[in-house]
Design a protein. Structure first.
Length: 318
């Protein structure tokens, strides 16, 4: 029987794109998000790719609702093999301008939503002593971005949580794997749905990649169980530079200034529709408004896929 992946935040952006990629690879796909319209559209993507889909509405900050949603998906498609924590949100603005409620909401969705997802997944994986949890993190963990204090802090917590949980499972001699992936800036509706206190809509910091690059990385993480994985040479170089020259890295980020995070020329697409506190009533999309120069491939990921294929051949060779 085909394996089952459950994706939180599966109604738009990276989560919705990953649903189609996993379906095309022969997986059954369960999707969890707050918006029913977006979930229905994502389920259609799965079916168009030849896969089986089940959806359930739940907020990742509500662990009981998340558990009930998982029960419904497993009742329809069977036991979960891979769990992907892809839910996240953002608020742009100077720390002094971001309200306590906004900061808490970003932390609860982006970090505690990941914790809740891992808890729900482990409750189902532990009795079988198998499974993989993939946490979608961010390149900002290597150096936080200004105007994104809540998001940067939440993603840093996601990384540390994954590291700690991975070692705890090793203490138990568990076969359950925890993988944390670090995407670059991605052309998704994240920026359309974010709150901005800067007077202009937010934008990703170049270079920007299309979500399919990250979705293929999630599939690789799910199948290889790598403990941590940067997605794109951009993030790999950023991680190395921030370790070797953190002060210089900070200066480079400082030179971006405020304008490096904002759109002032009307190219941000439709009027922003913040969904930090409530889902949109309309179906969201996979792609955002920044696709004109977004990269559709990553040489680093292509080399990784080649290496993995060669490694599998070497293992299977008589």
């Amino acid at each position: 029987m085909a394996q089952l992946v459950i994706i939180t935040g599966g109604s738009s952006g990276i989560g919705r794109c990953a649903a189609g990629v996993f379906a095309a690879a022969g997986w059954r796909v369960g999707l969890i998000a707050r918006g029913a319209a977006g979930l229905a559209a994502a389920a259609e993507d799965v079916r168009a790719a030849g896969g089986l889909a089940a959806i359930a509405v739940a907020d990742v900050t509500d662990s009981e609702a998340l558990s009930a949603a998982t029960d419904a998906i497993e009742a329809a498609l069977g036991p979960v093999d891979v769990w992907i924590n892809a839910a996240g949100n953002g608020v742009y603005g100077r720390f002094a301008d971001v309200s306590e409620a906004e900061f808490r909401q970003v932390t609860e969705v982006t970090y505690l939503g990941t914790v809740n997802g891992a808890r729900v997944a482990l409750a189902r994986m532990r009795p079988r002593n198998r499974g993989t949890i993939v946490n979608v993190c961010s390149g900002v963990v290597f150096h936080g971005l200004p105007l994104m204090t809540s998001y940067s802090g939440a993603k840093a917590a996601v990384r540390a949580f994954g590291q700690a949980l991975r070692v705890e499972l090793a203490f138990e001699h568990s076969r359950i794997r925890v993988s944390t992936v670090f995407p670059p800036a991605v052309n998704t509706p994240f920026f359309h749905h974010a709150i901005s206190h800067m007077g202009w809509p937010a934008r990703p910091v170049p270079p920007v990649y299309q979500p399919a690059v990250v979705a293929r990385g999630l599939l690789m993480a799910a199948t290889t169980g790598r403990a941590e994985m940067t997605i794109s040479g951009t993030v790999a170089c950023f991680a190395l530079l921030s370790r070797l020259a953190p002060v210089w890295t900070g200066k480079v980020i400082e030179r971006l200034g405020i304008d490096g995070h904002l759109v002032r020329d009307g190219s941000a697409g439709p009027v922003p529709c913040p969904t930090v506190f409530a889902p949109s009533g309309d179906a969201s999309t996979v792609h955002g408004a920044f696709g004109r120069r977004a990269r559709r491939w990553s040489s680093q990921m292509a080399l990784r896929r080649l290496f993995n294929r060669l490694a599998r051949r070497a293992v299977n060779r008589p």
